[in-house]
Design a protein around this ligand. Structure first.
Ligand code: ASP
Length: 320
């Protein structure tokens, strides 16, 4: 099995082989999730703690369902009422939890790099569920699985990522993953929402949406992240929708069989037209949610295997 990582902190350290290993295993979990009885005992006896310092609907419930289907004991910490609000530092909270011997810690935090810092302090496996503008690895993996199942491959595709790239960890993780797998990547958006370093990740930056969508196999829309904006990044919502909102007229520039994706939550009428989002012939947004559970099951399964063998090795060494 080509996956030896201790944590899942980002896509950056993963090899194409490791990415393929996760996607192949996730495919098997998609089948399990479609059965009436979805239970497996892969994580039986293990404890999973979900710590979400930022709001989440999809990701947190997806991790919770994934852990429960694998038989783990899952605890959701409500960070709004936790000691963090009383001034406890992230590291103190982590060390307190660590003393309770969790096996898997799923963390979302508003600060880029916070999850990496936390991972260096605890004994369990840490999964990054989104840290600031940095990475959201399970989102990129679920997007890759969705694309691979819809298009039959995850290489040599023209993929347009559109909208608020500057504030998006989804865009960053996807860019890294899809680049590693050998795709032709385009970033579309206004210059105010386009960070400078992204061209170096191998993408072509295009300001005009119609131009950018020409011949695309995949159109990935991003949410306008108003909570991370501290100034006037766009003239108005109306103007933004006019130039960058995905509607039928703009989508017609992509290939006739192009799929439409969105990580959610969606702002209908801002970055995407509601009819396109609901069009089952074009939109794979619901598939993304379904793939999310399977990908998270695969990631936790693989990390738990590595954790077990690491602990087994340590016990064996203590007898020598
Ligand atoms: N749910 C994704 C994230 O947590 C995308 C978004 O919020 O726009 O980054």
């Amino acid at each position: 099995m080509a996956f030896h990582a201790r944590h899942l902190l980002g896509i950056e350290p993963l090899s194409p082989m490791e990415i393929t290993t996760i996607l192949d295993l996730a495919d098997r979990y998609v089948d399990l999730n479609r059965r009436t009885v979805k239970q497996s005992d892969t994580l039986a006896g293990m404890t999973q703690i979900n710590m979400f310092f930022e709001n989440s609907t999809r990701t947190q419930s997806s991790f919770e369902i994934a852990g429960k289907r694998l038989g783990a004991d899952v605890m959701n910490m409500n960070m709004a009422t936790s000691s963090v609000k009383k001034g406890e530092t992230l590291i103190d909270t982590a060390m307190t939890l660590n003393a309770m011997h969790p096996d898997l810690l799923v963390v979302r935090h508003g600060a880029s790099g916070a999850v990496n810092l936390l991972a260096s302090k605890v004994n369990c496996a840490v999964l990054n569920a989104g840290d600031g503008r940095h990475e959201h690895p399970t989102q990129a993996l679920l997007d890759a699985l969705t694309i691979r199942r819809a298009k039959g491959r995850i290489d040599r595709l023209t993929i347009a990522i559109c909208g608020d790239v500057a504030h998006s960890r989804v865009a960053r993780s996807n860019l890294i993953l899809l680049g590693k797998m050998g795709n032709n990547l385009r970033l579309i958006g206004p210059p105010t929402l386009m960070p400078s370093g992204f061209a170096e990740l191998g993408a072509t930056i295009i300001e005009d949406m119609r131009e950018g969508l020409k011949g695309a196999d995949v159109v990935m829309m991003l949410r306008l992240q108003k909570e991370r904006m501290d100034g006037g990044f766009i003239p108005s919502m109306r103007e933004y929708y006019h130039r960058y909102g995905l509607d039928a007229e703009k989508l017609a520039y992509a290939k006739p069989d192009a799929i439409v994706m969105h990580p959610g939550p969606m702002n209908r009428g801002v970055e995407i037209d509601g009819e396109i989002a609901d069009d089952i012939n074009r939109s794979v947004i619901q598939d993304q949610v379904e793939m999310g559970v399977a990908v998270r099951m695969a990631c936790m399964d693989l990390l738990a295997r590595n954790l077990r063998s690491e602990r087994g090795r340590r016990i064996a060494e203590s007898y020598v």
